[in-house]
Design a protein around this ligand. Structure first.
Ligand code: SAH
Length: 329
């Protein structure tokens, strides 16, 4: 039994088998009996957008009929704009989201439930199966707030990282948060050296509060305190994500403040032009403003990149495929 158990792990993760009946490393009779009684995967890809050389987006139906999305970002793009041979999968951690960021599609339909660790890992297996490509990097930037589902997200990271599991290097995984300060501090004690990204989107409380209600609970001072705790335990640089929204957070005062904050936190800045969301009035600033914002952040002393978007045409802003689907019901 122990021997068979080991073979089953090998089948599930190393060979990425989708059905127990396909585990060729087990005896035929045993394999068939298993396949009849149990199923390995519960999520199913029900829709796909995009093509091999662009950002591809997948809609998954979960066992209870709910939907989540994940986005496969091909080699030449990279979520932070760097060119490499990475294949990054952006995974969801919850169905919907409770944090109500004003610009985001995921929170529009409210929060439904947390994903289990298995449902998070399964997104990787399902997309690999569909695309025929191995995923090399994971970012927790799909639907949901990963730090509000910390236990399951950590369990998923352990499985994704484990040599007996999916085998993705810790430094190839990034957890992104809207800024839950106590959970950042708690997570700092985790032994696996995955990366941290903070969705900042405003460099002063006044601006950030307007678009991210979570800022009222954890204002910038509290958030940066938590970042200091994280930094004291980890050697890596964190990333401050900053989406550029026209007339809201794209002023040069914000750019300068952002640069200063990033510099003192030893962080790098990733600027992302806003992706329009159906039903929301926000827009991205024109390119000249994006470039000037970038230069201003850099001039304030922080390393910064500007993502020249690839996925805007297929609603790569997470949550949009699902919204359309749920609205049809
Ligand atoms: N809740 C986590 C992870 C999910 S959001 C977080 O807030 O970090 C992942 C990233 O996508 C965040 O930086 C979020 O602000 C950004 N995002 C959400 N809607 C967007 C849009 N319409 N255009 C561009 N980025 C968006």
């Amino acid at each position: 039994t122990r021997y068979r158990g080991g073979k089953m792990w090998e089948g599930v993760y190393e060979q990425r088998v989708g059905e127990l009946g396909e585990m060729t490393n087990l005896g035929k009779g045993f394999r068939e009996r298993l396949g009849e009684s149990f199923s390995l995967r519960t999520a199913e890809v029900v829709e796909r957008q995009g093509s091999a050389d662009t950002t591809r987006k997948y809609l998954l139906r979960l066992w209870d009929g709910r939907y989540v999305e994940c986005v496969l970002i091909p080699a030449n793009v990279g979520w932070d704009g760097a060119v490499s041979d990475r294949r990054t999968l952006c995974v969801s951690s919850q169905v919907g989201c409770a944090y109500d960021c004003k610009f985001c599609a995921s929170g529009l339909a409210g929060f439904t439930r947390n994903l289990g660790a298995g449902e998070i890992v399964e997104q990787v297996m399902a997309v690999e199966g569909e695309s025929g490509e191995r995923v090399s990097n994971i970012v927790f930037m799909g639907m949901g707030e990963p730090l509000a589902n910390l236990k399951n997200v950590m369990k998923a990271i352990r499985i994704l990282n484990a040599p007996w599991g999916v085998g993705i290097g810790a430094r190839h995984m990034t957890v992104s948060t809207s800024g839950l300060a106590p959970q950042i501090e708690k997570m700092a004690a985790e032994p696996i050296p995955f990366r941290l990204a903070i969705s900042l989107h405003g460099a002063t409380d006044a601006v950030r509060e307007r678009i991210m209600p979570v800022n009222r609970k954890y204002p910038l001072e509290r958030l940066f305190q938590a970042i200091e705790v994280w930094r004291s335990k980890r050697k890596q640089k964190i990333t401050l994500e900053y989406i550029l929204i026209e007339g809201v957070n794209d002023g040069m005062d914000q750019a300068e403040m952002l640069g200063k904050r990033a510099r003192s936190a030893g962080a790098k800045v990733n600027l992302i032009p806003y992706n329009t969301v159906e039903g929301l009035e926000w827009r991205r600033p024109v390119e000249a403003v994006q470039e000037r914002f970038l230069e201003t952040v850099k001039a304030a002393g922080a390393p910064a990149t500007l993502r020249r978007e690839k996925g805007g045409d297929i609603d790569a802003a997470c949550g949009q495929l699902r919204l359309r689907r749920e609205n049809l019901k």
